[in-house]
Design a protein around this ligand. Sequence first.
Ligand SMILES: NC(=O)c1ccc[n+]([C@@H]2O[C@H](COP(=O)([O-])OP(=O)(O)OC[C@H]3O[C@@H](n4cnc5c(N)ncnc54)[C@H](O)[C@@H]3O)[C@@H](O)[C@H]2O)c1
Ligand SMILES: O=C(O)CC[C@@H](O)C(=O)O
Length: 528
Amino acid sequence: MFKVLVSDPISDMGIQQLHDAPDITVDKKTGLTEDELVAIIGDYDALLVRSQTKVTERIMQAGSKLKVVGRAGVGVDNIDLEAATKRGIVVINAPDGNTIATCELTFAMMMAIARQIPQAYKKTVGGEWDRKTFVGVELRNKTLGVVGMGRIGSEVAKRAKAFGMNVIGYDPFLSEERAEKMGVKLGSVNDIAAQADFITVHTPLTNETRGIIGKDQFAIMKKGVRIINCARGGIVDEKALIDAIDSGIVAGAAFDVFVEEPPAPDHPFLNNPKIIVTPHLGASTVEAQENVAIDVSEEVLHILRDEPFKNAVNMPPVPASVLNILQPYFNLGEKLGRIAGQMADGAVKEIHVSYSGELMDVDVSPLTRYIVKGVLTNHLAGEVNIVNAMHLAKNRDVNVVIQKSAAAQTFKNLVTVTLKTKNGDRTLSGTLLSGYGERIVQIDQYPVDISPEGTLLLVSHNDKPGIIGRVGTLLGNNDVNIASMQVGRKVVGGSAIMLLTIDKQASDEVLAELTKLPEIMNVKELAL
Ligand SMILES: NC(=O)c1ccc[n+]([C@@H]2O[C@H](COP(=O)([O-])OP(=O)(O)OC[C@H]3O[C@@H](n4cnc5c(N)ncnc54)[C@H](O)[C@@H]3O)[C@@H](O)[C@H]2O)c1
Ligand SMILES: O=C(O)CC[C@@H](O)C(=O)O
């Protein structure tokens, strides 16, 4: 049974599938302090948050069973990603569910500052009938500058076109073709600053985007420009904005987000008649909250149940087309890694993975993670998983080298794992055979054909008559049944290997007796 803690207000309807799951129990405890969370998190396998809970390193350290932190929303700036990755905790978000809600708030803000609706409302309910002060501007024929043309920025641009606006977009990942398709002109941040009547930002807050709209940009803006920030506090420099309002450059601004949330009561935005504010409401629609909770719950279920998932923030995304090709190999890859890890003699310096056949044409890095996980699993204390495998390898100076070699001749696909230690290399190749499933087809230089299942016994010996019989007899006498056996040799009478699948583990004594048999050099039991 898995335990999930929901520590922020997340839509009950959205997390219904967690309540319904027979293997999950859900506790909802909102408004906890860091200390209170630290005290209870050790009981939980998953933590679900919005933006209020700060998921710190201390919390993750106390979360000894924690496998996943789910963020019902886009931004993960409230989660210590590095700490999560180090511990192999998967961080997932729900990037799509609140796009439209935030886009629509952005538009509402733009129209509200164009027509000063909040200011007019305030006066009107205060008993004044002021029709002179509130003369607004139209959106039609105005230029909207969009900094950050991802999910939300693109939706904003689309709606702006419907309002008859000209749109200039800036995004390092926006291609000319895509921009053209959307009817958006590409420009730099300074082009936007110089030409736009309205500027809206839709980037994450990073070192590059902090203050991307700052003093230098306000200095070149048209008089009467209006600014909107429904992304993250700090993307528009707050102090520079106040200065630009005071100097008459900016006619109005709308902010949903602040550098510090909630802003202090004396924050200059809170009593400036040209600035309207909302308390981080971008994602606050019934639909968005349901969407993000559904998405994040689905992913949490996948992760807890060890099923493939797609929205991990601390792992590179895998497109569905690539996942479809790679997924059947994940199990095989991990097994090859596990077996190779047990075969290696001494500290592994390099994990060399070679892919051929149909694996040549796809990004194989997700599969490499499974292999590296397999190699490290029997060697490291603590959780090793596909999130922290590469990080753990790097931290231990284990080089991971990926090679793609020309299309496999014999097999439609082939994965070869070589582990390099100071005592030499050990190599293992595996494939997926249609109708037969996973097969190990080579160990070191020896061709074999065996299914990687149960317990394997790898015996290195000299190819002399009677050896196979002696090994079989010794195992049989000790009640160890052999399910399958393969012998690999390069030349008659030379060195050889025997690979056996046995129905139960052989005891240390049996392994020691096997090692003592004549012509046997080495015996290794390999657990999968
Ligand atoms: N107010 C809210 O409640 C609310 C709700 C949802 C999202 N958000 C925030 O809105 C922002 C955008 O969300 P999204 O879902 O569109 O994200 P997204 O990842 O789809 O888009 C972000 C875009 O910013 C671009 N970008 C990154 N660095 C840039 C730079 N230096 N200059 C220009 N562009 C840059 C990226 O290429 C990307 O296209 C995020 O900060 C998110 O946290 C706020
Ligand atoms: O949870 C929220 O309401 C905020 C969501 C928003 O900031 C996000 O980044 O998804």
